[in-house]
Design a protein around this ligand. Structure first.
Ligand SMILES: [Zn+2]
Ligand SMILES: [Zn+2]
Length: 670
């Protein structure tokens, strides 16, 4: 419904981009499909009770009432359709290479030899599909060529018509069906590699070339689709991208659009969900999907410098709105805290807050997670920043923490590895790092000013120093390439490389969670029985144990990767086990975007309705009388004034009459 404020909110109302990220099987597609439905087709949304009593019930009612009038349908940009869109010209131009592409990547496992018959079959089927959609295929090839030269209005209009047109929809659907039918996993592998190749070299094919300029190759096309939609769709531009799995691509949209929101979809029971989804497929297929997902989740390829690869863990950390995708009824009886349950409910909350920031206030979990999220930025760890908060059972914050070295030691991020080339003058490094570490405890505890002869020095320490000096030499990390940046190093990474270990114990830092828990005993101690631990990652086994011992009852986490802590440490005794709860709601920059109102609700209401509130007349008359009495000194006149105001039914009318007479009398005076 149109209101007087629409002009003020028009940017939010007319233009919003939502990106979706999450692990395979979490339900990213389910969420984007829900966003594309009308309000009446959202299922699993509780109709609010008329007699909402609790604060949560009242908030729920507000969100429900608002979104039932303002729910916005989104158009889904499927990432795979964008890939097909830019792939078609390549397939057409170089038919032989297309077959090559299928041969290269259409496999169950990369090491498997491709089955010639299957490849033949897929190639033939795809060729047949392309032939039957010849006219739209030609249009797509044509527009791709045009887009390279110009992005003027007429071309964007064509892009808009083709991309959202029925023909392209049918074409991409047919190709998808064909690929799925011939090999569920093979299709995933094919798409994965084509997308990576595009981001690596701007081409779908295997190539040695790679350049950072192509990282945004696919994003740029999505961006053009957004622009075309913004310009040519009358009802506004509301787009959901299903899905984004590369953190650099997410940055692309974050930097461009203040109306960009990233949703992370999480599901504890992904395997069960996948089994249901692909019930005709074997366990082997499901396991392979999860295996691929593990690879795309942990940012291993990223750390190796392959920035074109998916890094879903990083993506989830960047999300501003977290959604839990579990069965509503399963969790209902837990009742530990009231919240928006189903996918639909979480989405109406998001939409309500996008369109009307501050529609409701954040809940306690969001408030505390936001503090943890803010704290994580203080971490001096150069690989990953984590924040944590512990509260009592009333959500009163008892302490905050982040992963960092013990207080007094120098955080990794402010050290400069270049200093280690001159160990005599380097500061902030340990004796061990400086090549002066001694294994024997008596020597560690001995007088440090004692000069040690060089043969007494621990060989490992000396070896490590020269290893580090070589590994981080000027040749390996030239200053000029750093462009003025500091050059810290990670001791754990270096020591593990040096010793051939993979040991997490060598970290210099305390974990955020243990840091937060330790702060409490440092500052005098306070019981945490029944309290909460919030972490922007998820607790490791060591931290989970500590939380357990402190009597913490609930652990809220963001990373859907609790390792074995969840089923091992945290599943010991159902009466005492802390509950792990996947965080849902807003966090980070989006917390402010969603909860910070444009103007006060009071001002907004008066703008909407021209509403003014006035005092009743008798109150105004009293105010007038007291004003007059403060100004009149003459006691006789004061008495008359009392008479006037108290002796009449309508003192104001009488007062005006006297005033009129007085003024007229004055006029008649000679
Ligand atoms: Zn570190
Ligand atoms: Zn930990």
């Amino acid at each position: 419904m149109a209101t007087k404020l629409d002009q003020l909110y028009s940017l939010r109302k007319k233009f919003t981009i939502i990106g979706i990220t999450g692990r395979t099987g979490s339900g990213c597609t389910e969420v984007s499909e829900l966003l594309s439905k009308p309000f009446c087709e959202l299922d699993n949304i509780r109709v609010p009770k008329g007699d909402a009593k609790s604060v949560f019930d009242k908030k729920y009612l507000i969100v429900y009432n608002y979104t039932s009038q303002n729910w916005q349908k989104y158009n889904v940009v499927q990432y795979k359709r964008v890939i097909l869109f830019i792939l078609l010209p390549f397939l057409y131009k170089e038919k032989a290479k297309a077959l090559e592409l299928i041969k290269d990547y259409y496999r169950f496992r990369m090491k498997d030899e491709p089955t010639t018959e299957l490849i033949q079959k897929v190639d033939e089927e795809i060729t047949a599909i392309l032939n039957s959609f010849n006219s739209v295929v030609l249009k797509i090839i044509h527009i791709n060529v045009k887009l390279i030269k110009s992005k003027n209005d007429a071309i964007l209009k064509k892009l808009y018509d083709i991309f959202w047109g029925e023909d392209f929809f049918k074409l991409s659907h047919s190709i998808d069906e064909c690929l799925i039918k011939n090999g569920l996993i093979n299709r995933i592998c094919l798409l994965h590699h084509i997308a990576c190749n595009f981001r690596k070299s701007g081409q779908p094919f295997k190539t040695k070339e790679k350049s950072p300029e192509y990282i945004y190759f696919i994003c740029n096309i999505i961006n053009l689709i957004i622009k075309a939609t913004k310009r040519h769709c009358d009802s506004g531009c509301h787009i959901v991208i299903d899905s984004l799995r590369n953190s650099l691509e997410i940055n692309f949209f974050k930097e461009r659009y203040s109306a960009f929101y990233l949703i992370a979809v999480k599901n504890d029971k992904r395997k069960t969900r996948l089994k249901k989804l692909y019930n005709s497929h074997s366990e082997l297929v499901i396991n392979r999907i999860l295996e691929i997902d593990d690879k795309e989740y942990l940012c291993g390829d990223f750390q190796k410098g392959n920035f074109d690869a998916p890094d879903v863990q990083n993506c989830i950390q960047m999300a501003g709105f977290h959604i839990n995708n579990y069965n509503f009824s399963e969790e209902k009886d837990q009742g530990y805290i009231s919240s928006f349950h189903s996918l639909g409910e979480q989405l109406i909350k998001l939409q309500g807050l996008i369109q009307q920031p501050g529609l409701i206030t954040p809940d306690a979990q969001e408030r505390i997670m936001q503090i943890a999220f803010t704290s994580k930025l203080n971490s001096g760890c150069i690989s990953r920043q984590v924040g944590a908060v512990v509260t009592d059972k009333e959500f009163s914050v008892k302490s905050v923490g982040w992963n960092d070295v013990p207080k007094g030691a120098t955080p990794c991020s402010v050290r400069n590895i270049k200093d280690l080339q001159y160990p005599e003058t380097a500061s902030g490094y340990t004796e061990f790092e400086l090549g002066r570490g001694l294994k024997e405890t008596e020597q560690i505890n001995g007088n440090q000013t004692d000069k040690q002869s060089s043969d007494e020095l621990d060989k490992e320490s000396i070896d490590f120093l020269s290893f580090v000096q070589k590994a981080y030499s000027e040749q390996a990390m030239p200053m000029e390439k750093l462009g003025g940046r500091n050059c810290p190093y990670c001791f754990k990474q270096a020591y593990n490389a040096f010793s051939g270990e993979k040991n997490q114990v060598h970290t210099r830092s305390l974990h955020a969670e243990e840091n937060a828990m330790l702060q409490i005993s440092k500052n005098g101690g306070e019981g945490l029985e029944g309290g909460f631990l919030f972490t922007t990652a998820s607790p490791c086994e060591l931290c989970a144990k500590k939380a357990y011992q402190l009597g913490i009852k609930y652990i809220y986490f963001i990373d859907p990767y609790p390792g074995i802590s969840r089923n091992h440490i945290l599943k010991s005794n159902p009466n005492h086990d802390p509950k792990m709860i996947s965080f849902s709601g807003a966090v980070g920059r989006d917390y402010h975007k969603l909860y910070d109102p444009f103007m006060s609700q009071k001002d907004e209401l008066s703008l909407l309705t021209d509403f003014k509130i006035e005092s009743p007349e008798d109150v105004k008359v009293k105010q007038l009388k007291s004003l007059l009495k403060t100004k009149i000194v003459d006691n006789e006149l004061k008495g008359k004034l009392d008479e006037l105001f108290e002796g009449h039914n309508n003192p104001l009318e009488r007062f005006i009459e006297i005033l009129k007479n007085g003024l007229n009398g004055q006029k008649n005076m000679p």
